[in-house]
Design a protein around this ligand. Structure first.
Ligand SMILES: *Cc1c(COP(=O)(O)O)cnc(C)c1O
Length: 464
């Protein structure tokens, strides 16, 4: 008999989590105005709000923290991290920042100006925010297959080269400071980019004299998908694949809270000395001196160790198989999920789950609330609430997809937790016809409303 799969680590420290009753949860979610961001973490049994900064550090990472050097300038922790970035990603220049969006802020301050265009696969919302804040625009050149949940394409994060070249032909190169490739592509469901596509994007960009930057939060998960899905890479190590990926980039921004398995941190890495010097000035203004940026020495040490562990195959296999385990269970229960499964999360298709609810009643949010009430599992709506209103008409923007995202923290939960999540969703699915109404907004902020929005069930509200 073939041996079953098991995690590539054992547990040395545990943190208790609290089960609650349905009655308690109904009270708490009402008090939270039906916004899951307003729940206290101890009101949540299994927290799938995000995989960002929620991972469990290893014994080696904690040990490296004790060796952190808190010198203001030239700390050994800085040099440890510099060496790890050189060894694993191949860049000579780097700047530490406090998280991913800070890296974007610093780099784009040096790079992006009014009227610029920045093409790429679907830009992450903070990336897009930092581009648009500078009165520049982000142009989405992702392949069309990415937007069809029924198409099984192995690399839905790929850039359409024709769309990209059209941008290069339309705008003068002075107006295009860089192309950004997000690996894996978060906004299209954690979908990877193939090595072939990375290579072709780089070659095309060099032909037009355009710089390529990787938005790298989940670069290691991307490398895992290259190894397991792309021809010619099965026998290569993750570190070899990562090294090749970055030969097709001129620089990168990183949210270390994802694939580097730390709770806070980020960085910029570059090949060009000139651009590094320019960005360093902004780093000093916004983040801190260039040898610590927004990070303490112990955190840089843990990050250096995390980069090494995060690019080990055994760890990645454990992680990505756990995400797929949950996806497969849900599929077996008939729950509609997006395929192929992404690297960091499972996306439940709420419109197919609750087809009788109108989109005006926030279908994915309704499902998120039902799942919380069922088992204390906290997911997040990726739908109309997140999409905000049109800035001009102030009408709701209804995205094509209403998704409930279940993001899996790294090395935190066991497959028993995955079983609880799957059965909880199955129970909601089995009684889906009893969910007759959704929610309406009582209070909202003008932008990024999903964090603070207040909702009420439709039967209690005035005009659903
Ligand atoms: C999380 C993320 C960011 C922003 O990073 P923070 O650390 O949350 O500031 C940028 N890009 C991508 C692709 C991300 O997933």
């Amino acid at each position: 008999m073939e041996l079953p799969f098991a995690e590539s680590y054992k547990i040395k420290m545990v943190e208790p989590i609290r089960k609650s009753t349905r009655e308690e949860r109904e009270r708490w979610i009402k008090k939270a105005n039906y916004n899951l961001f307003n729940l206290k973490s101890n009101q949540v049994f299994i927290d799938l709000l995000t995989d960002s900064g929620t991972g469990a550090m290893s014994d080696r990472q904690w040990a490296s923290m004790m060796l952190g050097d808190e010198s203001y300038a030239g700390a050994s922790s800085y040099y440890n991290l510099k060496q790890a970035i050189k060894n694993i990603l191949g860049f000579d220049y780097f700047l530490p920042t406090h998280q991913g969006r800070a890296a974007e802020n610093v780099l784009f301050s040096a790079l992006v100006s009014e009227g610029n265009v920045v093409p790429g696969n679907t830009h992450f919302d903070t990336t897009k925010g930092h581009i648009e804040f500078r009165k520049a625009s982000a142009i989405d050149c992702t392949i069309d297959e990415a937007f069809d949940t029924t198409v099984l394409h192995p690399f839905k994060g790929n850039i359409d080269l024709n769309k990209l070249e059209a941008v290069y032909l339309k705008y003068p190169k002075e107006q295009i400071p860089c192309t950004i490739v997000t690996v894996t592509c978060n906004s299209s469901g954690g979908q990877p980019v193939s090595m072939e596509n990375l290579r072709e994007v780089y070659e095309l960009s060099k032909k037009y004299g355009i710089r390529v930057i990787f938005d790298s939060a989940r670069f290691a998960e991307n490398a895992y998908f290259i190894k397991t899905r792309e021809e010619g890479y099965a026998d290569k190590t993750i570190k070899d694949i990562v090294a090749e990926m970055y030969t097709y980039a001129d620089g990168m921004t990183m949210s270390s809270k994802k694939d580097a398995i730390v709770n806070m941190g980020g960085f910029i890495a570059l090949r060009e000395e000139e651009l590094f010097k320019k960005a360093a000035q902004f780093n000093i203004i916004y983040e801190g001196y260039i040898t610590y940026g927004g990070m303490s020495g112990r955190d840089m040490n843990a990050l250096a160790q995390g980069l090494d562990e995060g690019t080990e195959f055994d760890y990645l296999e454990t992680r990505i198989k756990q995400v797929a385990y949950l996806g497969q269970k849900l599929k077996e229960f008939g729950v509609p999920v997006q395929e192929p499964f992404g690297g960091h999360a499972i996306f439940v298709d709420a419109k197919r789950f609750l087809p009788h609810l109108p989109v005006e009643q926030y279908v994915a949010q309704t499902l998120a609330i039902e799942l919380y009430k069922e088992a204390g599992v906290r997911g997040v709506e990726i739908g109309t609430l997140l999409a905000d209103r049109d800035p001009v008409t102030r009408e709701n923007r209804y995205p094509k997809l209403e998704l409930l995202r279940l993001a899996i923290p790294r090395r935190v939960y066991t497959n028993n937790h995955m079983d609880v999540i799957a059965v909880a969703l199955k129970n909601v699915y089995d009684r889906r016809e009893e969910i007759k109404m959704g929610y309406q907004i009582v209070n909202e902020a003008p932008i990024l409303r999903h964090f603070t929005v207040e909702l009420a069930p439709c039967e209690e509200a005035m005009s659903c």
